[in-house]
Design a protein. Structure first.
Length: 115
């Protein structure tokens, strides 16, 4: 069974749906149970888990919250970057976090102050 213990990029609606289905199954929940907890219809949830690309964002958020999950934005090539560092024996988590924080703050718009 796939575990949801590490963040990895989910690049397609099919990957996101499969990850949600895996999280649901890890909890021992049926689609009916999750749909009830999230306030969505069971057929909608089935479509979502099967990768339908046009499901509503509101529904996606309701389902992830019901599962106790959330979203975070990570670089699409994060797995490759971390994997290369680990393979070379040079993975430094603190350096990775510092680099990520620095690149993130550099790309954020500056605050505009009005007097």
């Amino acid at each position: 069974m796939e575990t949801m213990n590490a963040a990895r990029p989910l690049l397609t609606s099919r990957e996101l749906g499969a990850a949600i289905a895996a999280a649901r199954k890890e909890r021992g929940w049926s689609q009916r149970t999750l749909a009830g907890e999230a306030g969505v219809a069971r057929p909608w949830l089935s479509s979502f888990e099967n990768g339908k690309p046009t499901v509503s964002l509101d529904g996606v958020l309701r389902v992830t919250i019901a599962l106790g999950l959330g979203f975070g934005l990570i670089p699409a090539d994060a797995d490759a970057r971390i994997g290369a560092d680990i393979d070379s024996g040079g993975f430094d988590l603190n350096r990775y976090i510092d680099n990520w924080s620095t690149s993130r703050s550099a790309s954020e718009p500056s605050a505009v102050h009005h007097d």
